[in-house]
Write a protein that binds this ligand. Structure first.
Ligand code: ADP
Length: 267
């Protein structure tokens, strides 16, 4: 069953096309990677799905309804976004931030009930953030802050999670923990995931399907083995790479080619 359909999406901020004729579909329970070079339109596409921006042409539908016609709260019950890690000022306590995830579910009087607190607690357990409860967001490390933002998104109880370079600032352990958590939710709770990532090898490891963008157009979409080929990656990233099969997972693995650096001068 399809949860998201993007039909011939085009978008421009001020004249030049940033996305052009983008068409794809995501099925419930999919784990989709969105990859492409800097400036290829990935973040813009996530913002269009979340109705922060509106396409100039084309339609994005969630469960068949155009997002443009959905009320903000109705959309937020289905779609949660984990934004790029940014060192922004966030003068809130951790628990307050996670509770914000409940906002679309609160009744008329906007009070959180026992059920909301139980969901928040569960989201914090899953992300290992309970111990951070009373801490100020500003005083957390990048990785801790990222986990809190994931907890907030989980507290939203979404069907579709949009992740924008969620692991860009995380060390390898936290990267893997993060992707393992998301993959577990994906497999056990049918959480549909669309993740922007710069790490093609992580995308290969975790995604069922990958969409590869080049200059605002989809170059190719398919299983990792169909998308992560020398031909596609070199054409899109304009850099020489080797793609082989990972010896353990059998999945495609990308290695940049190091140029033959001539030794000039001494250090
Ligand atoms: P990516 O996420 O793939 O790096 P973005 O969607 O952030 O790409 O950006 C796509 C293009 O749109 C880039 O050329 C970028 O400079 C431009 N862009 C992004 N945000 C804005 C904005 N708020 N105003 C004008 N141009 C923007």
């Amino acid at each position: 069953m399809s949860i998201l359909q993007a039909d011939k999406i085009s978008f421009s901020y001020n004249g030049a096309w940033v996305l052009r004729d983008v068409t794809f579909e995501i099925q419930t329970g999919d784990f989709v990677g969105l990859i492409g070079p800097n400036g290829s339109g990935k973040t813009t596409l996530l913002k269009l799905i979340d109705d922060i921006l509106q396409p100039l042409e084309g339609t994005i539908r969630i469960h068949g309804t155009p997002v443009r016609q959905m009320k903000r709260e109705a959309l937020a019950k289905i779609v949660a976004v984990v934004p790029q890690e940014s060192p922004m000022i966030f003068p809130f306590m951790v628990q307050e931030v996670v509770l914000m995830g409940r906002a679309p579910h609160l009744g008329k009087w906007r009070f959180e009930g026992e059920k909301d607190f139980a969901i928040v607690r569960r989201a914090m357990e899953m992300t290992d953030t309970l111990a951070l409860s009373g801490r100020n967001m500003n005083r957390l490390s990048g990785g801790e802050r990222q986990r809190v933002l994931i907890a907030r998104a989980l507290a939203q109880e979404p069907q579709l999670m949009l992740l924008d370079e969620p692991t860009a600032f995380l060390d390898i352990r936290h990267q893997v923990e993060f992707f393992n958590l998301i993959k577990t939710l994906n497999m056990n709770q049918s959480l549909t995931v669309m993740a922007v990532t710069h790490d093609i090898n992580l995308a290969s490891l975790y995604c069922d399907r990958i969409i590869l963008l080049k200059e605002g157009r989809i170059r190719v979409t398919g299983r990792p083995a169909e998308v992560i080929t020398e031909d596609h990656i070199q054409a899109v990233y304009e850099t020489p790479v080797t793609v082989d099969q990972h010896p353990v997972t059998g999945l495609p693995r990308v290695t940049p080619k190091r140029e033959n650096l001539s030794e000039t001068g001494s250090r």
